[in-house]
Design a protein around this ligand. Structure first.
Ligand code: AMP
Ligand code: MN
Ligand code: MN
Ligand code: MN
Length: 296
């Protein structure tokens, strides 16, 4: 059997988005960018959708880039949205595909309600405006509204749009019920994959709520947590290094790249994981799709 040369310090980038969700590049362009940036193990993790997986895998393998299937599932937990990254599953698994379809289900209605909220503060036709940026109509997201609001001159940049219009209590924010944690975990694990808590520093949980999230995640079979990721500071990475060690979780690493114009962290341009951690990709070794030449 092929023994992998991937280790803790390998340039793994296991979190990014294509046009299939709210990124701006096609899966093939992302594969090329990952390869050019020195990524050694890559996963495309579109929100609630595996429609880009075959294209990403084919493109990666053609470039000699090892690939793990990926997805980022939106979950409602303790009144917040938590993102669970799934890696290394069979992307044709029927229960996973159906569960994700249900999770995407309410997005169009939500988008119309967001648009109505924005109209009340004088921003008209935001739904139509956001749609211009959408690659997959089932995946219309806040990011697409943000792009439209910047284009229309309402805000200078995307983070200003989120601050002023698209977060809780703001005119374009609409509460939504996403997947249950238990369901998301079951879809990923039963399709042969592993689950990872995405960007833990992004949530505003109390310590008690965070403890509940991590312990429920582990009780449902979760093994991984993102430690080094685009939206984490060095202090966040240090904090979640300790969390991973405390709970016996394996570490993941991913840029969360969405777009060359918008993302602060490019594919493959991440700090290393601490030498005290074990990487999730060692657990996923048999799930890695390897280019033909490296398996001989
Ligand atoms: P949605 O799934 O429609 O609620 O949109 C969530 C997406 O919005 C996330 O995946 C990010 O890409 C983006 N997002 C959330 N918060 C921010 C923020 N403060 N600044 C920029 N993008 C954000
Ligand atoms: Mn996103
Ligand atoms: Mn996320
Ligand atoms: Mn993401």
């Amino acid at each position: 059997m092929n023994t992998t040369s991937l280790n803790l310090l390998s340039n793994a980038d296991l979190h990014c988005h294509s046009k299939v969700s709210d990124g701006t590049l096609e899966p093939e362009a992302l594969a090329a960018r990952a390869k050019a940036n020195g990524v050694e193990l890559w996963a495309l993790t579109d929100h609630d959708e595996v429609g880009g997986q075959q294209r990403a895998m084919d493109a990666a393998l053609a470039l000699g880039l090892p690939y793990l299937t990926g997805v980022e599932v939106s979950v409602s937990f303790a009144g917040q949205v938590v993102h669970i990254v799934g890696l290394g599953f069979d992307h044709r698994n029927e229960a996973l595909v159906a569960g994700l379809r249900d999770t995407r289900g309410g997005r169009e209605q939500r988008a119309r309600e967001m648009s109505a909220g924005l109209a009340q503060v004088g921003i008209r036709d935001a739904y139509e405006g956001a749609l211009k940026y959408v690659g997959n109509p089932e995946l219309i997201s806040r990011t697409h509204f943000a792009r439209f609001l910047v284009e229309a001159g309402h805000c200078g940049d995307i983070s200003e749009v989120f601050r002023r219009y698209l977060t809780e209590g703001k005119p374009g924010y609409v509460e939504h019920r996403w997947a249950r944690l238990s369901d998301a975990m079951r879809w990923i694990l039963e399709a042969g994959g592993q689950a990872v808590i995405a960007h833990p520093a992004r949530y505003s949980f109390t310590p008690t709520e965070e403890y509940a999230l991590i312990t429920e995640f582990i009780n449902h079979g979760g093994r991984g947590i993102e430690v080094v990721t685009g939206s984490h500071s060095d202090a966040d990475a240090a904090k979640y290094t300790e969390t991973a060690l405390e709970f016996g979780l394996l570490a993941s690493r991913g840029s969360d790249f969405h777009s060359p114009e918008e993302s602060r962290t490019d594919l493959g341009q991440l700090k290393d994981l601490s030498g005290r951690l074990s990487p999730i990709w060692q657990l996923l070794d048999t799930r890695i799709h390897r280019p033909a030449a490296s398996t001989q």
